[in-house]
Design a protein around this ligand. Structure first.
Ligand code: NAP
Ligand code: ZN
Ligand code: ZN
Length: 336
């Protein structure tokens, strides 16, 4: 049976109906009937081949919520009809040092859901069972998709760098990833500062969990809060006044970047030496961290703020994301 999807054939092209034969189901694979799929900025970057790794036709979509339709013969922990989620990765090798050590997201053979294979802007999608995570029943499926990529991408650094509830944390860019970061960090107990270039988001950032609001492009405003934050999580994909952000960190502080900034980051080394400060980056989380994040979200009633679009209106949704309009994540609904 063919999968019914939406694909683009070149950078900037509109998505068109597209069907393909997925072949036989692998022994460790799961086939999912897609119910919802969030639209991450990475889908847009892949559509436009911004990272030079797109193969066309591309079917985007890697914030999947759906129900298990079929399982491979070696899959024994998932059941038909079970509701599950899948994010950026569709599989990893399961045998390297990193996979065995629980760092599957760092596996050199980890497969991106939409890199050289077809994603979930479709009625069906497949992924390896290890990367197919059961969705807690208390999380509404229509809002859950964005947690599977954007959500875990901002939750993972809390785990990796041992962010503490007593820490003062900043989030730069209050979009899809950033708004979920505000919610997670607030629930975690941190004092949270939202750095946004959209002045009209100030009141909303406070309702999302921010204690303070600062214009992310205002270097003088950054100077006023010098030496105040333990951890800054950057979700934007553009260059900012990086030395000013290093200056906002307290000694031992960290500027952690998850946004796909394409230009090199120029910062003077002396403030890093003197204050023992760090700059780092990370991809999405391991299957274990995704499950942990979902459990945390369920416990604290953390829901992404979403706007739903039928899958048939995928091009309207993509245009809205292209113009920076979402408040805060667009989710496609497969009504079939
Ligand atoms: N590391 C990973 O594994 C991973 C995973 C998922 C996504 N990503 C990447 O993370 C980035 C964010 O993704 P997203 O889905 O959250 O995107 P998004 O919803 O478009 O949000 C990005 C936010 O960045 C800010 N921004 C945009 N242009 C700006 C500018 N010129 N100056 C200052 N701020 C600007 C805006 O926030 P304000 O309006 O508040 O300024 C915007 O809402 C993308 O690069 C995506 O590819 C990385
Ligand atoms: Zn993503
Ligand atoms: Zn591996």
């Amino acid at each position: 049976m063919k999968f019914q999807a939406y694909a683009a054939t070149g950078p900037g092209e509109k998505l068109q109906p597209f069907e393909y034969d997925p072949g036989s189901l692998g022994k460790t694979e799961v086939e999912i009937k897609v119910e919802y799929c969030g639209i991450c900025h990475s889908d847009l970057s892949m559509l436009d081949n911004e990272w030079g790794m797109t193969t066309y036709p591309i079917v985007p979509g890697h914030e999947v919520i759906g129900v298990v339709q079929a399982i491979g013969e070696q899959v024994n922990h998932l059941k038909i009809s079970q509701r599950v989620g899948v994010g950026w990765n569709s599989k990893s090798c399961m045998s390297c040092e990193l996979c065995i050590g629980g760092n599957h997201n760092l596996c050199s053979k980890a497969q991106g859901m939409i890199v050289g294979r077809h994603g979930a802007f479709a009625d069906r999608v497949r992924a390896d069972a290890a990367w197919t995570i059961p969705l807690p029943t208390t999380i509404k499926p229509e809002v859950a998709g964005p947690l599977l990529c954007g959500g875990v991408t901002v939750f993972n650094p809390i785990v990796q760098f041992d962010v503490k509830p007593t820490d003062r944390v900043g989030v730069i860019g209050i979009g899809g990833l950033g708004h979920m970061a505000l919610k997670f960090l607030h629930a975690y107990g941190c004092e949270v500062t939202a750095f946004s270039s959209s002045l009209d988001k100030e009141a909303e950032t406070r309702s999302l969990g921010a204690d303070h609001y600062v214009n992310s492009r205002d270097s003088q405003a950054l100077e006023k809060i010098a030496g105040s934050l333990d951890f800054i999580l950057c979700t934007v994909n553009v260059s900012l006044d990086w030395p000013a952000y290093i200056n906002v960190l307290r000694p031992k502080g960290r500027l952690h970047i998850v946004g796909a900034v394409m230009e090199p980051i120029g910062v003077p080394i002396f403030p890093l030496l003197v204050g023992q400060k760090s700059i780092s980056g990370s991809p999405i989380g391991s299957p274990e961290t995704i499950a942990k994040m979902l459990e945390f979200a369920a416990r604290h009633n953390i829901e992404p703020v979403v706007e739903l679009f039928p899958l048939t209106q995928v091009n309207e949704a993509i245009e809205k994301l292209r113009h920076g309009k979402p408040r805060y994540r667009l989710v496609l609904v497969n009504e079939g």
